[in-house]
Design a protein around this ligand. Sequence first.
Ligand SMILES: *Cc1c(COP(=O)(O)O)cnc(C)c1O
Length: 452
Amino acid sequence: MAQTKILLDESEIPTHWYNIVADLPNPPAPPLGPDGKPVSPDALLAIFPEAIVMQEVSAERWIPIPDPVREALTMWRPSPLVRAHRLEAALGTPAKIYYKYEGVSPAGSHKPNSAVAQAYYNREAGIRRLSTETGAGQWGSSLALAGQMFGIDVRVYMVKISYEQKPFRRSMMETWGAEVLASPTNLTESGRQILAQDPNSPGSLGIAISEAVEEAASRKDTNYALGSVLNHVCLHQTVIGLEAKKQFEKIGEYPDMVFACCGGGSNFAGTAFPFLADKAAGRNVRLVAAEPTSCPTLTRGHYAYDFGDCVGLTPLMLMYTLGHDFVPPGIHAGGLRYHGDSPLVSQLVKEGLVEAVAVSQIPTFEAGVQFARSEGIIPAPESCHAIRACIDEALACKASGEPKTLFFNLSGHGHFDMAAYDRYFRGELEDYAYPEAAIHAALDRLPKVAAG
Ligand SMILES: *Cc1c(COP(=O)(O)O)cnc(C)c1O
């Protein structure tokens, strides 16, 4: 069985990013300051370059991709769209399954799509140093790569438990010239505050964000870069969905359903938002965000204003949240362990334009292994969530006889996650649902402002 790959050439890399804000039924709720009043974009200039702040608040539908960013993207883009013939056969489904493969980037995931844009705008603004956080190491390695491409020094606060469990991601960041610290550190006020409460804190993304933001806010030569959640990151990732639409057009197909896994939301946004533009124009397409049952932000979180970090240094954002002091259980899909979610993705879920499903750990790895055994690529544990949701739909098609066209984004490969696969094969993984009591308790700790 020959593989069907739908390829584009470099000239077909999008020239503009797509901004969903232009097509939202309701305007997004503004981020709020500690006084409960909307934050002025100026306040963000302490840690972001002006071009990024403009994108963060823009309502323009199309935003041009600067040439140096497009050139950087040619290192791995356009990424292939693949028809998963062998997976379809293994499932015995009448559904057609397509996936787009973002693991072709040097860091092995979709994250460099935004990292190169952020590094570029910071360099243009005269910034020479970026601080950031990373969970499993995917974002840190992407920004390290982008920093190297655009001549910017990168310091990464890496969640301590991942720092210890994922030494090779750390080596990757160091290979691309970044400095990597295990967070919480004693170098920041935020880190010291956490360590005073719990000297053995395993860290969390929320804590690492506090440290990185604090550093950027306190140094003139340093800005901050975030790998997901914010509007500009979602925007940069739309190259995925825009390319996919072109690829479907080439073969005269269009998906009935689009799946992507969702941590902070940029991977989902990048994949699904360009299709949402068609939905807004009346086309029938279902968009499904897949998250873990151990961190069920969209499916069980509160839709409320909350901080983006643990300590409360960021503006308040209206989003689904499990509470900013959420410290997740150590499941392996490190990239999906954030307490909140993109305000744009959250709003679309709230308004019923996007569906969310939660899948648990063992069936997720089952899906990943089935995918690897039929399509060859070993998926990142995060991506396995989208594969699970897509396979479940393909099996429903088998039961109903409906030949739907299904599309998912394969956000990255799992070559640095083989220890998690090992644990799955040894039967050491558990299915874990985040307890209802903990979800309820988080309500009391949400900052007190009137929610949307
Ligand atoms: C980080 C990561 C995700 C989650 O991305 P978000 O944009 O934060 O939702 C998904 N897949 C892979 C491979 C990742 O590295």
